[in-house]
Ligand binder design. Sequence first.
Ligand code: DGP
Length: 138
Amino acid sequence: MTDECIFCRILAGEIPCFKVYEDDDTLAFMDINPVHPGHVLVIPREHSANVFEVSDAAIAATAKSARRVAKAVRATLEPDGMNLLQCNGEAAAQSVQHFHMHVLPRAMNDGASLNWELKPGNMDAIGALADRIARALA
Ligand code: DGP
């Protein structure tokens, strides 16, 4: 819990939310700036800022709850598709510094800007980056 973190304050009950699910490790509630109706946020109770800091247990619990919520959103709204999305850093449009996953129902041609066009990559560059990332994982 950090006093400045808005999601910690929601967890503490200091700020209201539209709760849809909770368990011992996570809370899921409606996003108040929904990209589309049915946009839900899933957060671990344990505070961490992002994917680089979250514990293995907390990210696993959050992913598990997010999938459970996604199934409920699908059953409720029958959207054309669904994104499970997680943002880290300003360039990735992270605005709240408490690790969270978006459960984001999608409609065909809804214009949400996180879609990108598929274009062929440079195989040499892709292979070289694969080597560098794999070395960082070794
Ligand atoms: P991100 O950009 O990935 O950090 O997403 C943060 C989301 O949190 C954003 O879609 C808006 C939402 N949000 C911000 N403040 C509040 C709040 O006080 N309550 C709720 N329910 N959602 C919030």
